[in-house]
Ligand binder design. Structure first.
Ligand code: C2O
Length: 593
């Protein structure tokens, strides 16, 4: 259960149902209604004493509307720094937006059924369980596929009762509510993407989804498959999802995903004209960059801090950016370009996979996120500074879910750090990207004297073509100890663009822009990519606030042999939507990991 350092808001007894995981549906129904099965007491025990924890005062409790229970003495420390994101207040759930306020809202409610007592949703306790393996989706046998299909069709069957939180649509709506602006937290829309909440939110989401599937086929050992897109054998839609008429099929996919097409893990809406082999090579390069070179520090991997009171979208981690988002875009329908009329009269917003509100309506979503989740384990296994974050605001952030017995729970990030404790692990597969260090293609240093300095190029109003510039480093010839202490970060400040556009630009070091307009990424000079997909943003003005985009370049500079140089050449190559991108300035900084 939750940490011992935080005394939960509600004093609970464990629901009897959680130890009998696979109750029959009739029993489930009873348990859902039987208030005795989970007793929650909300008043007498909630003295101020209980609401203090080791991190300071939990502001969440006040936000949940129980302020009246606090004495003045307990209110005083509200300025304490602890400010994790609380579980959403279900009373605040309202209509979700497809993208932006000027678009129509999602045509149905994404809010979950309301629990009997919204103010007192108890903390989750793990029921007794044994660990089982999530298999790679391309390698499962017929028996597994049949089970998975049956479980999914049973889940779809629950949709006839729109109040059953286990139903397929309700499960998809969880994603919609958390991601398309249905919940308000502290007066701002809640968003679980583009921040450090990305990995833990989706891990919990899959955990409950998987348990519901298992309970619907009376198989507590059932585990979701993972879409092994980081291995050449898995770089296509897993065949079991490509069977029309099956419960795992979704008609709202881009037709190009069918029949074994190789996926481009950097896909941002533009088909790359290159060979399958080059696409797979690019994919492994992207994986190497996102897992190794660009994610030496936890915040680079998980995403930027997002606390109570922060603006949403502080910045995604490496894997969320690529390949997580491109896989969504590649799988969903082609979004109708802004300002254009759809040919058949039905405007596409990328449904299903290409928009957060509808992504969960494609069963492959959960298979895709299985692999995203697996990357969390793989990244930690690399070692070094690759560890979970220790920040209490991350650890104590909370979400709300229903379990397989239709009981509502609050869960904390700190309780999902070890997937084995959650009853699953990933069937091992080779990770060829791990040794896919690209080789340099340039010999020596590209002369920087003929390039404009960064100060002449920025501020940049739009990136409508590849742009090269020279930039000074804060230090050269850094010792191994320096490098261990601080990471060198190429930092693009105040990157702004229309949040309704698909955006991708690539960054290269020490190269000539003319060689980078091809589609070959497997070179040491390729540093990484900035990406964004259309999404709801806090700022309703489409010219939203800028973000800072950082690339860790310590390893890159070693690989290209530029460690002793004081000035280096940087090239930005727009791949999608560059005409919408503006950047205020660029600098190289040394930062603690
Ligand atoms: Cu919540 Cu893959 O998105």
């Amino acid at each position: 259960m939750a940490s011992s350092s935080t005394i939960p808001l509600c004093t609970t007894t464990t629901p009897s149902s959680s130890s009998s995981f696979f109750a029959k549906p009739s029993q489930l129904f009873l348990q859902g209604r039987n208030k005795q099965s989970f007793k929650v007491s909300c008043n007498a025990n909630n003295t101020g004493e209980h609401d203090k924890n080791l991190d300071g005062v939990d502001r969440r409790n006040v936000l949940l509307g129980l302020g009246g229970l606090y004495g003045a003495a307990n209110l005083a420390p509200l300025t304490a720094t602890a400010s994790p994101i609380p579980a959403p207040d279900l009373k605040s759930c309202s209509r979700a937006q497809i993208n932006f306020p000027e678009d129509p809202p999602v045509p149905y409610s994404c809010c979950p059924p309301k629990p009997d007592d919204m103010d007192c949703v108890p903390y989750y306790k793990f029921p007794p369980m044994t660990k089982h393996i999530r298999p790679p989706a391309h390698a499962v046998d017929e028996e597994y596929i049949e089970k998975y299909q049956l479980a999914t069709s049973n889940m779809r069957g629950l949709d006839t009762n729109p109040n059953d939180p286990r139903g397929f649509k309700q499960q998809a709506n969880i994603h919609c509510a958390y991601c398309n602006g249905a919940y308000m937290i502290d007066g701002k829309k809640l968003q679980v993407h583009e921040s450090w909440l990305f990995f833990p939110f989706h891990r919990w989401y899959l955990y409950f989804y998987e348990r519901i599937l298992g309970s619907l086929i009376d198989d507590p050992t059932f585990r979701l498959p993972y879409w092994n897109w980081d291995h050449p054998k898995g770089m296509r839609l897993p065949p079991m999802f490509d069977v029309p008429g099956s419960s795992l099929y979704d008609e709202r996919r881009n037709p190009h995903v069918r029949n074994g097409t190789i996926i481009d893990l950097g896909f941002f809406g533009e088909e790359t004209k290159t060979t399958q082999l080059q696409t797979m090579t690019n994919n492994l390069t992207l994986m190497y960059r996102q897992m190794i070179t660009n994610a030496p520090c936890p915040l680079l991997f998980f995403g930027k801090p997002y606390r109570l009171g922060s603006d949403i979208d502080p910045g995604a981690g490496t894997i969320e950016n690529i390949p997580h988002t491109p896989v969504h875009i590649w799988t969903g329908t082609v979004a109708t370009p802004k300002g254009e009329q759809p040919i058949d009269g039905v405007r596409s917003y990328g449904e299903d996979m290409g928009n957060f509100y509808s992504a969960g309506l494609d069963p492959v979503f959960f298979c895709h996120h299985g692999n995203v989740d697996r990357m969390w384990n793989e990244w930690k296994a690399i070692g070094g500074k690759r560890r979970d974050l220790a920040d209490k605001d991350w650890l104590n952030s909370e979400f709300f879910f229903y379990d397989e017995n239709r009981n509502p729970w609050r869960v904390k990030v700190r309780d999902c750090l070890d997937s084995k404790k959650m009853g699953y692990d990933y069937a091992p597969m080779p990770t060829p990207w791990r040794n896919f260090k690209p080789k340099k293609t340039t010999s020596g240093k590209v002369p920087t004297g003929s390039l404009p300095p960064a100060s002449k190029v920025f501020p940049l109003a739009k990136m409508d073509r590849a742009i090269s510039f020279s930039i000074n480093r804060p230090a050269s010839s850094r010792t191994p100890q320096d490098k261990n202490e601080q990471e060198e970060m190429l930092t693009f400040n105040n990157v702004k663009h229309d949040k309704l556009e698909y955006i991708r630009f690539d960054v290269f070091l020490n190269t000539d822009k003319t060689v980078n307009e091809d589609h070959e990424l497997h070179k040491a000079e390729f540093g990484g990519s900035y990406t964004s997909l259309p999404h709801v943003h806090a700022d309703h003005n489409s010219c939203a606030k800028g973000v800072s985009f950082q690339l860790a370049i310590t390893e890159l500079l070693e690989d290209i042999g530029l460690e002793d140089e004081e000035t280096i050449a940087v090239t930005m190559v727009p791949k999608k939507g560059g005409e919408f991108v503006s950047i205020e300035c660029v600098e190289i900084k040394l930062e603690d990991c």
